[in-house]
Design a protein. Structure first.
Length: 273
C-alpha cells in the first residue's frame, strides 16, 4: 500500500471515529435530558405544591408575554363573567326570538341569546310562558341591564331592589341587581308571586308594575301582552315586523299562561315597582 493510500485510509477512519463520537455524545445528551425531565415530572407528581408553583410561574410568564404583546393588562378568566351565548347554538325557536329581539331593541345577539335561554329555562321551572318573561324585560328596560327608574326600580326586570333585598341575599347582596341573570331570576320570582296572589296574568302584571287599578297602570298590561303575542309569533316562525303595529286589531290574542296554586304564595309585600 502506498503512502497516499495509507493517508486516505487514515482520514476515513478518523472521520468515522469523529462521527461515532458525536453520535454517542448526542445520544447520551438526549438521554440525559430525558432522564432529567422524567425525574422532574416524578418529583412533581409526589409534590403537588411544587407542581402548582410551577404551573403558576409558567402562567405568570405567559401572561407577562401576552401583556408585552398586546400592551395592556390581560385577564384570561374574564370571559366567564360575560353574559353571552351564540344564538346559533340555541334551539330553533329560541334562536328566532333572540335574533328578532336583537334587531328590534338594537342589542347584540349574544347577550340576548343568553337571556332568551335563561328565560326559557326559568319558564319551564316556574310554569310561566318564557315569552311573557321576555316581554316584561322588553317593556321594562328594553334589555338594558343597568336601567333605573325614577323610583329606584333597577335592572332588566326593573325590580325594586330595596323592597326585595332578601331575594338578593343568596346572590351576594343588592349589587347583584345589575347582574343580568340574577336580576332576571329575582324578577321572575317576583312576577310569579304577583300572579299567584292576583290569580291571573293580568292581575299579576298590575301588581308587578305597582298599579292599584286599571286606571293607574298606564296601559302596562296591554303593552306586555302585545309584545308577548309578537314573540310567540316569532317563535312559531312568523314574519313579525319590528315596528309595533298601531292598530289594536293587528295584535293576536294569546292564551293565559298556567298559574301555580295560590297556596304557594309567600307572605310579605309583593311588588316590583
Amino acid at each position: 500500500m502506498t503512502a497516499i493510500n495509507k493517508l486516505g485510509s487514515g482520514i476515513v477512519v478518523f472521520v468515522k471515529d469523529v462521527a461515532n463520537g458525536c453520535f454517542e455524545i448526542a445520544h447520551n445528551g438526549l438521554a440525559m435530558v430525558g432522564m432529567v425531565a422524567a425525574l422532574v415530572l416524578g418529583a412533581l407528581s409526589f409534590q403537588p405544591e411544587l407542581r402548582q408553583q410551577g404551573e403558576t410561574a409558567l402562567l405568570g410568564w405567559l401572561q407577562q408575554r401576552q401583556i408585552v404583546a398586546v400592551g395592556m393588562e390581560v385577564e384570561p378568566d374574564a370571559i366567564e363573567r360575560a353574559t353571552a351565548t351564540n344564538p346559533k347554538d340555541l334551539p330553533k325557536q329560541q334562536a328566532a326570538v333572540a335574533f328578532w329581539l336583537s334587531k328590534k331593541y338594537k342589542v347584540a345577539p349574544e347577550p340576548i341569546g343568553a337571556l332568551v335561554a335563561e328565560a326559557y329555562e326559568l319558564g319551564e321551572k316556574t310554569k310561566l310562558d318564557p315569552t311573557l318573561i321576555l316581554a316584561i324585560m322588553a317593556v321594562e328596560s328594553s334589555f338594558n341591564p343597568f336601567a333605573q327608574s325614577p323610583v329606584g326600580a333597577q335592572g332588566l326586570m326593573q325590580v325594586m331592589t330595596k323592597i326585595h333585598t332578601e331575594k338578593y341575599e343568596g346572590f351576594g347582596g343588592n349589587l347583584a341587581a345589575f347582574d343580568p341573570v340574577t336580576n332576571l331570576r329575582v324578577g321572575v320570582k317576583v312576577l310569579q308571586e304577583c300572579i299567584r296572589r292576583a290569580g291571573s296574568i293580568e292581575g299579576g302584571l298590575r301588581q308587578y308594575v305597582g298599579a292599584t287599578s286599571d286606571a293607574t297602570e298606564g296601559g302596562y298590561t296591554a303593552k306586555v301582552l302585545a309584545e308577548q303575542a309578537r314573540l310567540r309569533q316569532v317563535a312559531l316562525g312568523g314574519n313579525v315586523p319590528l315596528v309595533t303595529p298601531s292598530a289594536p286589531s293587528q295584535i293576536p290574542a294569546i292564551a293565559p299562561a298556567p298559574i301555580a296554586p295560590a297556596g304557594d304564595v309567600e307572605d310579605g309585600k309583593i311588588a316590583a315597582l
